[in-house]
Design a protein around this ligand. Structure first.
Ligand code: FMN
Length: 285
């Protein structure tokens, strides 16, 4: 199993042990089915809408059949952004090995050994997409070229019809969009700018949040992510109108090398930060 897949599973188990829902991506390095077998806890499935609606349908059906409780439809990556950091760091799809990667490998021998032992990550949910069975990163390139840039309201309603459970839309920053999505059947809105990874000129999600809350009223669940790093950030999100906060990279940053290798997963410290009591007092919770 690749180190990336071990990490995916460890994150899922760690979240489940704390009763936190784990969202498995279309592009995850573990499959919908394997994650469902490994985790006894709430699981959500995140869908990237591809041009091939029969394939989208299959992904949604697999999540339904394996007991995922919530479908998260991401709408802020229908076309790839120009990720300048990735360009600078030589992260391309497919990966083109360079002297930089070689030196990084030498500087991190433990990581390199695990990679050699476990192999490159595979994007398990989309293996065979469009008949492509080549290496994972090449498949990812293929999927990237097949994101449905023309995704529209009829497409959204189609997906809404497929999924009978709770459906959230992720990647919303505009209050008007949020209101239209709820009117079209979304059960909740996930305010996000994709961790700032997608569009360099996007508004921050915490700045977008109050207007979205105002447009939706107090009952509709609103999640927020992008930049949540501490308990204080969670409090600020709550005070700005979020029902819950989600983390992406914090789960990876907190991972301890040795513990992670034994599959114990990352440690979540968000609830233990020293800044919580002070922030709670300040916010008068
Ligand atoms: C390595 C990486 C991969 C990601 N892959 C996906 C993905 O497949 N689907 C998705 O909806 N968001 C994806 N995201 C965005 C996260 O879901 C989330 O919106 C973002 O990481 C939140 O910001 P934070 O990392 O500052 O917490 C990814 C983020 C990172 C860092």
């Amino acid at each position: 199993m690749s180190p990336a897949e071990l990490l995916d599973l460890a994150n899922g188990r760690t979240a489940a042990a704390r009763g936190i829902p784990y969202t498995l991506s279309t592009m995850a390095t573990t499959s919908i089915e394997r994650m469902a077998r490994a985790v006894q806890g709430p699981l959500w499935f995140q869908l990237y809408v591809l041009k091939d609606f029969e394939f989208n349908r299959q992904l949604v059906r697999r999540a339904e059949e394996t007991g995922y409780s919530t479908l998260v439809v991401t709408v802020d990556l229908q076309a790839g952004g120009k990720r300048e950091k990735d360009l600078r760091n030589g992260i391309s799809i497919p990966l083109r090995p360079s002297p930089h990667h070689f030196w990084e490998g030498l500087a991190h021998p433990g990581w390199s050994l695990r990679l050699l032992r476990g192999g490159l990550p595979q994007f398990e949910n989309i293996g065979g997409y469009l008949g492509d069975t080549s290496a994972g990163l090449t498949i990812a390139a293929r999927v990237g070229a097949n994101l449905h840039a023309g995704f529209d309201w009829d497409d959204f309603r189609r997906i809404r019809d497929w999924w009978k459970g709770r459906l959230l839309v992720k990647g919303v920053l505009h209050a008007g969009d949020a209101a239209c999505l709820v009117a079209a059947g979304a059960d909740g809105i996930w305010v996000s700018n994709h961790g700032g990874r997608q569009l360099d000129g996007a508004i921050s999600s915490v700045d977008a949040l109050p207007a979205v809350r105002h447009a939706l009223g107090s009952e509709v669940p609103i999640l927020i992510d992008s930049g949540i790093r501490t308990g204080m950030d969670v409090i600020k999100a709550g005070a700005s109108g979020a029902s819950a906060a989600a983390i992406g990279r914090a789960a990876l940053f907190r991972r301890r090398g040795r513990r992670g290798r034994r599959g114990e997963g990352p440690r979540y410290h968000l609830g233990r930060d020293g800044d919580w009591p002070q922030a709670l007092r300040a916010a008068q919770f």
